[in-house]
Design a protein around this ligand. Structure first.
Ligand SMILES: Nc1ncnc2c1ncn2[C@@H]1O[C@H](COP(=O)(O)OP(=O)(O)OP(=O)(O)O)[C@@H](O)[C@H]1O
Ligand SMILES: [Mg+2]
Length: 562
């Protein structure tokens, strides 16, 4: 069978039956289609290339190989997609960075290996004109620390695991180099029965996927590239129709994506950027099987490490995710902005003792102090979200709720009502704790505290974003004693006031068995190996702090061998 590039294939093409496209795994395809890749300064067939996990990766060759391959995909230069784009003012909503934006400058940054020079401005990042123009349209004047360091790493063609505080611009940090690369490589949107994206972003929740997609549309604006989102709970027919109109940047939740792949609507073989945003949350939500299916199963045609760039971003990195990173990433950089798992000082935190019976009234009184400011209230259980929404409405508070038992349309509506200010209070479960960037949330109230510190960090991170200030108030009572060992050091570190009763509670608690001080978690984990992570939060165990022994640049391996 002669090779037919994806862009030329159609279901009517007798040379290429639909089913055949999805029965081969990636290596078989390479073999059948005579795909060449760079190796030791020359070109070899992909199936002759040793597929070592840590095969040396040369970004220049990577680029050349991709250009050669992508040129087969590129259709005529005129692209109908640019004509169907929404108007500029709809895509680029008003963006006003907070007054504390310069505070980011003082945050300590650690990058390992330490051989990357940060870029101080978007102008010196060598972004192509269309991308630089979109950055200007976003009104970003200077890059945040995670952008200053991670963009050059990615542009140099290296894998990356980046940990930076909530609201510090991680989304643009991975989208910008991916979009830039696609434009440099001459990729454009090509309608086809099967989508062949170049960049794939996996995110844990539907709302976060939609948000990343909206960010993606900003950076791909007037570039001829097409951004598509697929997520569960919504009508797949619309998503399929979007995919078939051409897809260069795909944002997805793992379950729906695997479904789309299995049904032949997406192909991973041309992925060059695999990005996992909030990967720890994806594992928490039980997406590990789907992620493994997508990234490394026999059925998947995802290029192997060394043939794609893999990037992972979060504000917290518990142990499970370090394990996954070790498997998915190849000779990667580790970027740490501030301390792993810490939060930003732009959020003032307060912990109040409130017994369960008093919580509702305490919340009503508290909300009255915020006037028309947007307040996000976190509860533990879905039914409590419904109950609290009704109770607040009964108190004439404009309120809505979001949780996993509401249908997707209701979830999106609730978020829209909150963003627009029509409802000033959003009661939410952890479905809204990760990544959501809602401008002007003035406070986060934790009606129920979570049992682990990462959820606490991500929840409060819905305020105090992009240099703005915010307030976080937590209702604490006897049931929350399990979080004090992690909470108190976090409050202390970010210079927050610690109520006397809370400080005493820590002192009264017996030190954990393997504890070497207040910053050591109960479950030890990687912390004992000198890497300083506890098994849950990656928090406070001196992680990647100067005193923690770092692996040498030579033969760099960020994680202990399994
Ligand atoms: N260089 C920049 N200058 C000004 N604002 C920026 C810049 N980069 C990003 N932002 C804005 O900062 C806000 C937060 O960005 P983003 O959602 O990417 O944060 P994040 O680090 O992913 O947070 P989280 O950990 O909560 O997911 C967004 O509104 C974004 O538009
Ligand atoms: Mg984010």
């Amino acid at each position: 069978m002669t090779y037919v590039p994806p862009s030329r294939r159609s279901d009517r093409d007798p040379q290429f039956r639909f089913d055949e496209r999805f029965t081969h795994n990636h290596q078989q395809q390479h073999h059948n289609h005579g795909h060449y890749i760079p190796h030791n300064g020359g070109w070899v067939r992909a199936n002759e290339q040793p597929q070592a996990m840590n095969a040396h990766f040369d970004p220049n060759h990577f680029h050349q190989a991709f250009v050669a391959k992508s040129q087969q995909q590129v259709r005529a230069a005129s692209n109908p997609y640019t004509r169907e784009e929404k108007p500029e003012d709809e895509i680029f909503r008003e963006h006003i960075p907070g007054i504390d934006f310069n505070k980011y400058e003082s945050i300590s940054v650690t990058i390992t290996p330490n051989d990357i020079a940060p870029v101080d401005s978007f102008e010196t990042m060598n972004l192509v004109g269309a991308v630089a123009e979109n950055v200007r349209r976003c009104r970003y004047t200077k890059p945040t620390p995670v952008q200053r360091y991670s963009i050059p790493v990615v542009m140099a063609g290296r894998d990356l695991m980046a940990c930076a505080q909530t609201g510090s611009g991680k989304t643009a940090a991975y989208l910008l180099p991916a979009v830039n690369f696609m434009i440099q490589s001459g990729v454009t949107a090509t309608p086809s029965r099967t989508a062949v994206p170049t960049a794939l972003v996996l995110a844990p929740t539907r709302e976060l996927s939609i948000q990343i997609y909206e960010e993606g549309r900003k950076f791909t604006f007037r570039t001829g590239l097409r951004c598509v989102v697929v997520y569960g709970g919504a009508d797949p027919r619309h998503q399929i129709s979007e995919l078939t109109r051409g897809c260069n940047l795909l944002v997805a939740t793992p379950g729906r994506l695997w479904d789309m792949y299995s049904r032949g609507y997406v192909k991973f073989a041309y992925i060059r950027f695999l990005i996992l945003d909030e990967a720890d949350r994806m594992l928490d939500m039980g997406f590990e099987p789907q992620i493994r299916n997508i990234v490394q199963s026999q059925e998947s045609d995802m290029p192997q490490t060394g043939h794609r760039l893999t990037l992972m971003y979060s504000a917290t990195f518990p142990r499970e995710i370090q394990q996954l990173a070790w498997e998915f990433l190849s000779r990667h950089y580790f970027l740490q902005v501030g301390r792993v798992g810490s939060t930003t000082e732009s959020i003032s935190q307060e912990v109040r003792w409130v017994d369960d019976g008093q919580k509702k009234q305490a919340l009503v009184d508290l909300l009255a102090t915020f006037g028309n400011g947007l307040v996000l209230v976190f509860v533990e259980k879905k039914r409590d979200a419904d109950y609290l929404e009704r109770a607040l409405r009964a108190n004439r508070i404009a309120c809505t709720s979001i949780h996993g038992d509401r249908v997707q349309r209701e979830r999106e509506e609730a978020l829209q009502l909150f963003k627009s200010g029509a409802c000033t209070v959003l009661v939410a479960t952890d479905v809204a704790s990760r990544g959501l960037d809602i401008p002007n949330v003035c406070a986060v109230v934790q009606f129920d505290l979570p049992s682990n510190i990462e959820d606490y960090v991500h929840r409060i991170g819905r305020t105090g974003r992009a240099g703005k200030t915010g307030k976080a108030i937590a209702f604490f009572n006897d049931k929350n004693r399990n979080i004090v060992d992690d909470l108190v050091p976090l409050l202390r570190e970010t210079h927050q006031e610690i109520p006397q009763w809370l400080g005493e509670m820590v002192m009264r608690r017996a030190p954990p068995q393997h504890s070497r001080g207040p910053y050591r978690g109960q479950r030890g984990g990687f912390g004992r190996g000198g890497f300083g992570f506890n098994s849950r939060g990656g928090f406070g165990r001196g992680a990647f702090q100067p005193q923690a022994p770092m692996p040498a640049t030579q033969g760099f391996r960020a994680y202990p061998q399994r």
